[in-house]
Design a protein. Structure first.
Length: 277
């Protein structure tokens, strides 16, 4: 194990059962707070998910009582030597480069070919919310608290939360959440479509997340992953360009063995056995 890997080992883990992968933030004693070492470990876990050809859907979860309490505000976070010292150009540039690096890790998660589901309990704050927004689907338990508190701390939310939040909940809600820097609960999160579903407790949340993941993983992966690519492409281009890409991407997987199996399974009223071919 290299020195870099040794420093990040275990901070974020990747595992898989069947066709369902799981990226797990693993600092329960710190409520899974984020710092550069955790982001490095996250990058490694996303790379494992990318390379895992058996995974068809990936859960993003936090070990312990919280999904993620946001930025690590303890001395463990080496970034704080930059933001608390007297302003100087080298530190400013170092901070800029680190933000851009972490933005890239989030983009990598967002563009993971497999659908992703954020499984959120108790706390989803600041950079934790920015992380959850990279997922395709968000589920949470009752009582979960959400916020982007950066404005109260004299920061600008800067890892992609402002952009992704506006796409999910609309510009009005996104600006209110950013400007007020207040905390809001799971009921509000569902009302503004930040989360897809709210479940009564954490056990039910995990059970339902696995059920959804297995349902997605049971569908023909070429079709599911193709649809995700179209959704991502649509965010970047005009409607006409998106439609053209949609047609081309659809044609790429027709015909396929999975298509034949899907039709046979439908006619025979049975569950399909799909191979991604």
């Amino acid at each position: 194990m290299s020195e870099a890997n040794a420093e990040t080992s275990g901070l974020v883990t990747y595992s898989r059962k069947g066709h369902v992968g799981a990226i797990t933030l693993n600092r329960p004693d710190k409520r899974n707070a984020l710092n550069p070492k955790v982001w490095d470990a996250l990058d490694e876990a996303v790379a494992q998910a990318e390379q895992d050809t058996e995974a068809r859907v990936v859960l993003l979860r936090g070990e312990g009582k919280s999904f993620c309490a946001g930025l690590d505000l303890s001395p463990d976070n080496e970034l704080f030597s930059v933001v608390t010292d007297a302003p100087n150009v080298p530190d400013t540039m170092a901070f800029y480069r680190e933000v851009r690096r972490v933005q890239g890790i989030h983009v990598r998660l967002e563009r993971l070919a497999k659908p992703t589901i954020a499984v959120i309990q108790r706390h989803c704050l600041g950079s934790g919310l920015e992380l959850a927004l990279c997922c395709d689907i968000r589920l949470c338990s009752e009582g979960t608290q959400f916020s982007l508190p950066e404005a109260r701390l004299a920061f600008i939310t800067d890892i992609g939360g402002l952009q992704r939040l506006a796409r999910v909940v609309g510009p009005g809600h996104a600006r209110e959440i950013s400007f007020r820097a207040h905390s809001f609960d799971s009921a509000k999160a569902q009302a503004i479509h930040l989360v897809n579903e709210v479940y009564a407790d954490e056990e039910t949340l995990m059970q339902k997340a696995l059920e959804m993941a297995e349902e997605i993983g049971g569908n023909p992966p070429l079709a599911v992953q193709g649809a995700k690519e179209v959704f991502l492409y649509d965010q970047e281009v005009t409607l006409e360009e998106s439609l053209e890409y949609n047609a081309a991407r659809s044609a790429m997987i027709v015909p396929s063995e999975d298509l034949k199996e899907a039709i046979s399974a439908y006619i025979e009223k049975r569950k399909g056995n799909f191979k991604g071919a």
